[in-house]
Design a protein around this ligand. Structure first.
Ligand code: UD1
Length: 359
């Protein structure tokens, strides 16, 4: 059997890792990188850290407007799929690479599987929600990470091909956390003590491209007295400069601004932070899994279980709410930290389902 995975953005390389490890033992697996993320820190460093082989194809699409980027990827994915004729194409998560891969596959009448199916934020004004909705409705096999994602699909009339398999991102974390603990030197490099700092990431367009939201997050960070480590996605760095917020943040001695960090460094920083402040979906889960309280800079989340468990709070971008949540980190009451069943990892379940369903 020949499986083709289409990936392109940072979190997709993480989701790919456990599956690549599994597939290489049991089938022919090829990887297409769309080129959506191309900087060394956004792409190659993940392939290296996760010990992923070089992609079989790099489509080199890069940063363009949504339509243009998705269109270019669609064209180039189609060429590869026609040439390779895989038995199954897998797409991951909710980026433009996901949607382009899904469209190319279904237009060719090939079988399509979606890893991390059924997630919904119910915010149609974000590109991710459009990407996940359309991809789910095109998929033959829908691999759901949570019970909520299965129910979301059912509400949209999708029941066939739906499988609850658990979260491949948490499997990747399980596979890599001890390596991160022993090999990452990021805490020493940045002179950080366990629980002596906050970890901040911001990258979603609804925060970075909105001057008011970004200024509000920046103001909250300036007003904190504790150390804050802020690895910056290229988009947020660009927009901080565009909105004249960067210089002020860079002059604050308690703020440590850094380029994007590797997966292992991020795991290490997440595990040892007093709290994580983020608008990333993946980091919300990783924090909750590593028993680090999470403060989400959004008003909704696809990962509702993280909030129900008490490990995550949604605060949006208002200064007072962010500062209040930081102050309250130690007073959240009892938290049910997330767990993964080690006897039945998601990648094993996914392979079993593929083997049963794809000729
Ligand atoms: C994309 C996904 C988002 C995901 C995120 C993970 C979409 C619509 N969004 O957002 O769901 O959570 O990846 O990181 O697909 N840039 C660089 N170097 C790079 C990549 C990007 O400088 O290697 C800059 C460019 O200025 C670019 C901007 O970042 O215009 C945004 O990149 P893009 O790939 O469009 O979306 P992300 O914000 O990374």
């Amino acid at each position: 059997m020949k499986i083709c995975s289409i990936v392109g953005a940072r979190p997709q390389f993480v989701k790919l890792a456990p599956l690549e490890k599994r597939f290489k033992k049991c089938c022919q697996h090829m990887v297409v990188h769309t080129g959506q993320h191309y900087d060394y820190e956004m792409s190659q460093v993940f392939f290296k850290g996760l010990q992923l082989p070089e992609p079989d194809y790099n489509l080199g699409v890069g940063s363009l407007s949504h339509g243009h980027q998705t269109g270019e990827m669609l064209k180039k994915c189609e060429e590869v799929l026609l040439f390779e004729s895989p038995d199954l194409v897998l797409v991951y998560g909710d980026t433009n690479s996901t949607l382009a891969g899904a469209l190319a596959t279904s237009k060719l009448n090939m079988k399509l599987g979606h890893i991390e199916a059924g997630m919904r934020s119910y915010r149609r004004d974000t590109p991710e929600e459009i990407n996940r909705l359309l991809t789910d409705h095109l998929s033959d096999l829908l691999f759901c990470p949570t019970g909520t994602s299965v129910s979301n699909l059912r509400r949209e009339g999708i029941e066939e091909g739906v499988h609850l398999v658990g979260d491949v991102m948490l499997e990747a974390l399980e596979d890599n956390i001890s390596i991160a603990r022993s090999s990452s030197e990021i805490s020493e490099e940045l002179s950080l003590k366990p629980k002596g700092y906050l970890l901040l990431t911001v990258h979603r367009a609804e925060n970075t491209d909105n001057a008011q939201s970004l200024a509000s997050i920046a103001r909250a960070m300036s007003q904190l007295s504790q150390k804050v480590v802020f690895p910056m996605h290229p988009r947020v760095e660009k927009m901080l400069k565009q909105f004249d917020l960067y210089e002020n943040l860079a002059s604050e001695t308690h703020l440590i601004l850094s380029p994007p960090l590797s997966y292992l460094d991020m795991l290490k920083l997440t595990e040892n932070a007093r709290a994580v402040l983020t608008d990333s979906g993946g980091l919300q889960k990783e924090a909750c899994y590593l028993e680090t309280p999470c403060i989400t800079l959004r008003t909704e989340t696809e990962w509702v279980e993280t909030v129900e468990s008490g490990a995550n709070v949604l605060v949006g971008t208002e200064v007072d709410r962010i500062l209040g949540a930081v102050e309250d980190v130690e007073n959240r009451g009892e938290i049910q930290w997330m767990r993964v069943n080690p006897d039945s990892p998601p990648s094993a379940k996914i392979w079993e389902i593929i083997a049963q369903n794809i000729a």
